[in-house]
Design a protein around this ligand. Structure first.
Ligand code: GLP
Length: 231
């Protein structure tokens, strides 16, 4: 899955002069980042003209906290490649005025032009970014309260469930849908039901990823375990 995703994404980026790439975090894209780093080290690609926007960030975690998404991106991707620091964008979860931060993030995305390609993962409850079930399809970058199941799923990265932040900033569903292209990565047995529901179910705000069915250019790259519930 990661290798396919890497080749797919690099082909797309190479065809665009100043590409804008939307990035996600979590366990799913870790392999993708490893392959992207490898491609850079083998001099198959340069990211000097690339601008990136991450989907989300926890609120109230210091940037350099080992579980902040800022830290995740530095550790798993940015520090190994030539993406200019000023071109790496994540929401600031420590902003004093969170509402203004959300608007500023939207503005930055608009100023960059549209996101050419947004990489997504999916939560077991169908969330994309941190847009939990029930989020309006019209939503833009906003503050969210995380579902218990999302906090539980992400607790593996923290010392205990109590330490998982309860809030985050996330790109909204409308923001995500405005990307010119979307690539959804799905891996592992735990995501099999979500993938089945995505492919077979209705477009429904109770299952945020379902909106991707009406995106004009969305691709799913999944591994065999994630596909196990589909005939
Ligand atoms: C996380 C992130 C999402 C991610 C999803 C799946 O909480 N906010 O951007 O795509 O949930 O995470 P994982 O890949 O670890 O299963």
């Amino acid at each position: 899955m990661s290798h396919t995703a890497c080749s797919y994404i690099l082909d797309k980026l190479k065809a665009i002069e100043n590409p804008v790439l939307g990035l996600s975090t979590g366990a799913t894209p870790e392999g993708l980042y490893r392959y992207l780093i490898q491609s850079y080290q083998e001099k198959k690609v340069s990211f000097q003209n690339l601008k990136t926007f991450n989907l989300d960030e926890y609120i109230n975690l210091d940037k350099n906290h080992p579980n902040s998404y800022f830290h995740y991106m530095q550790k798993r991707f940015f520090q190994y490649v030539d993406i200019l620091e000023e071109n790496q964008n994540l929401p600031n979860g420590k902003a004093e005025n969170l509402k203004a931060e959300c608007q500023a993030y939207e503005d930055k995305i608009s100023q960059a032009g549209k996101i050419d390609l947004q990489v997504l993962g999916i939560g077991v409850n169908g969330h994309i970014g941190f847009n939990e079930p029930g989020t309006a399809f019209t939503s833009r970058t906003h503050v969210v309260t995380l579902d218990d199941c999302t906090r539980t799923a992400n607790a593996k990265y923290f010392a205990s469930l109590n330490e998982v932040p309860s809030k985050a900033i996330t790109m909204g569903i409308k923001t995500i849908m405005e990307s010119k292209e979307i690539v959804l990565l799905v891996t592992g047995r735990k995501k099999a039901s979500a993938l089945k529901r995505l492919l077979n179910g209705e477009v429904d705000e109770e299952f945020p990823a379902s909106i991707l069915k009406i995106h004009p250019n969305a691709t799913i790259i999944a591994d065999e375990k994630a596909l196990i519930e589909l005939s």
